[in-house]
Design a protein around this ligand. Structure first.
Ligand code: HEM
Length: 534
């Protein structure tokens, strides 16, 4: 089943963890005792009670009883595949990260695609953002680029994430609907959160129903940093562009597929890889010099905004190829644990408050989902040598041959007073400020990029957005929720609000929004027009 990839260190490592079980191996207990009978439990007489003594029966049932682990609190439904990343255009001088500077390397990679809101068994073709979580098993440690198929997010600050997810997940009283935002709580949230306006446009557009994982773009969303050998920083946004082009389903197809083949996307990825039609993506970067940080009329730390490509073009630097299906879904897809905090030397974070929360959240949730030793699980292990002072904990898988588990110690090869050469170092950013619950002033503009998005759509695409809103809002029971949503849509485009509202009862579309006189610099640069937005 497994296609071999020359030089794939991750495959070699995983092979070492694959238990070769087939029909020729006699059935044994977990601990190796050959079993003579597995269909009938040990009983005191053919019609008598089943006896406790039957350790095989107890082991079989007991293991089954504990087969389920908590599904991911979001992105529960997904599919993954292994592959490789090859850099073709090095970012020499901008970063020391080998994966972004050394074109001779082939780096083993892994991607898990997912929906966001639905449970593990929900349908693939629902309207939702898609996760695009990529892992690079670099020779300097794992780099996880945990992105989505949309370049922006619903919220600006991770403290809002529990609110967002509680609102968009099935309603608490009746657990309806299974996997969609077409319900009162979701639209109540969006109506009351201006910051969701831009992402809402992406979700209601054809981007919300991709044709397949192979036809999806991906985005790191946040602004990250690259660091050169002297610690100089360049801002970077990451983009994935599929070689097959970006394509979507139409809503009617999405609805039918949800019934006919709820595994449509998962199957498509699996079948393509089995057939040797390996999907490929270009990794692109948008680079912004440190000194240009404040040149935009949006904040680079605001994940509800993108950097228009007209202002900062995307430069493709390498190719990702997915060429190997997992051997065991649970072991290699359910148990993969991405963390945004997994970066390598030559990279760093910015102060994006959404990213800061994610850097805490992923590892935290994985401790309850997989246990504190989730790093020992083969799919999560780096391929480079690693040495930590961690020890013990549930699920410890390996015996460590050394005795040191503290620092400093008499065995240490590292100097104890200064960081190891080539080790990870944070960007020495100067920070000062009053401790307060505040965002920068540019965080308060929510509409201009939503308008940019809507105005860039063709007429059929606009019609799809109108239909999507009509469908979603028709599922809301409460007029106040629909009205708030229409008020918000009206800020994007008055005609859009009129069109959506035409299918709803008892909704009043407010007047077209007057010009507030706020000039949008980047929009005027992009469109050549001076536009004003609220
Ligand atoms: C899972 C993307 C924001 C918490 C995921 C996954 C993706 C993703 C792709 C699935 C990972 C996998 O395949 O295993 C994003 C993006 C975000 C975002 C692009 C915004 C730019 C957040 C925030 C939080 C969060 C703000 C929390 C404060 C989680 C958690 C999981 C998850 C807890 C489940 C992880 C697991 O159980 O392994 N996210 N997310 N995410 N995300 Fe996010």
């Amino acid at each position: 089943i497994v296609n071999s990839t020359v030089g794939d260190a991750k495959k070699r490592q995983m092979d070492g963890f694959t238990i070769d079980q087939n029909e020729k191996t006699p059935l044994t207990t977990y601990f190796g005792t050959k079993v003579s009978e597995t269909d009938i439990a040990l009983r005191a007489g053919a019609r008598g009670p089943t006896v406790l003594e039957d350790f095989h029966n107890r082991e079989k049932i007991s293991h089954f009883d504990h087969e389920r682990i908590p599904e991911r609190v979001v992105h529960a439904r997904g599919a993954g595949a292994f592959g490789e990343f090859k850099l073709h255009t090095p970012l020499t001088g901008l970063t020391t990260a080998h994966i972004l500077t050394d074109t001779s390397k082939i780096t083993p990679a892994y991607v898990r695609f997912s929906t966001v809101g639905g449970s593990r068994g929900s349908a693939d073709s629902v309207r939702d953002p898609r996760g695009f979580a990529a892992r690079f098993y670099t020779d300097e440690g794992n780099w996880d680029l945990v992105g989505n198929n949309m370049p922006v997010f619903f919220i600006q600050d991770a403290i809002k994430f529990p609110d967002l997810i509680h609102a968009v997940k099935p309603e608490p009283h009746n657990e309806i609907p299974q996997a969609q935002t077409a319900h009162d709580n979701a639209w109540d949230f969006m109506g009351l959160h201006p910051q969701s306006t831009h992402m809402q446009q992406w979700a209601m557009s054809d981007r919300g129903i991709p044709r397949s994982f192979r036809h999806m773009q991906g985005f790191g969303v946040h602004t990250f940093r690259l660091l050169d050998a002297d610690g100089k920083s360049t801002f970077v946004k990451y983009h994935w562009t599929p070689h097959l082009g970006t394509h979507s389903l139409v809503w009617d197809e999405a609805l039918k597929l949800a019934g006919q083949d709820p595994d449509f996307h998962r199957r498509d990825l699996w079948d393509a890889i089995e057939a040797g039609a390996y999907p490929k993506w270009e990794l692109g970067v948008q680079l912004v010099k440190e000194e240009d940080e404040h040149k935009f009329d949006f904040d680079l730390l605001d994940s509800t905004k993108l950097i228009p490509e007209d202002l900062v073009p995307v430069k493709n630097i390498g190719t990702l190829t997915l060429n190997r299906n997992p051997v065991d879904y649970f072991a290699e897809v359910e148990q993969v644990a991405f963390c945004t905090q997994h970066i390598v030397p030559g990279m760093d974070f910015t102060n994006d408050p959404l990213l800061a929360g994610r850097n805490f959240s992923y590892q935290d949730t994985q401790i309850s989902r997989l246990g504190v030793n989730f790093g020992d699980i083969p799919v999560n292990r780096p391929v480079c040598p690693f040495m930590t002072n961690q020890r013990d904990g549930q699920g410890t898988m390996f015996s460590k041959s050394n005795r040191q588990a503290y620092h400093p110690n008499r065995f240490d090869i590292l100097p104890t007073t200064e960081p190891a050469k080539g080790g990870f170092r944070s960007y020495p950013e100067v920070v000062s400020g009053i401790k307060e619950r505040m965002h920068g002033p540019k965080f308060n503009e929510f509409v201009s990029q939503a308008q940019l998005f809507y105005n860039s759509m063709s007429e059929p695409e606009k019609q799809h957005i109108i239909s999507a809103y009509q469908f979603e809002l028709s599922k809301c029971y409460e007029t106040i929720v629909q009205q708030n949503a229409i008020n918000r849509i009206n800020l994007i485009d008055h005609d859009l609000a009129l069109a959506v509202a035409s299918s709803l009862s008892d909704i009043k579309v407010p007047d077209a929004v007057p010009n507030h006189g706020q000039k949008s610099e980047f929009l005027s640069q992009v469109t050549g027009k001076n536009q004003t937005f609220t």
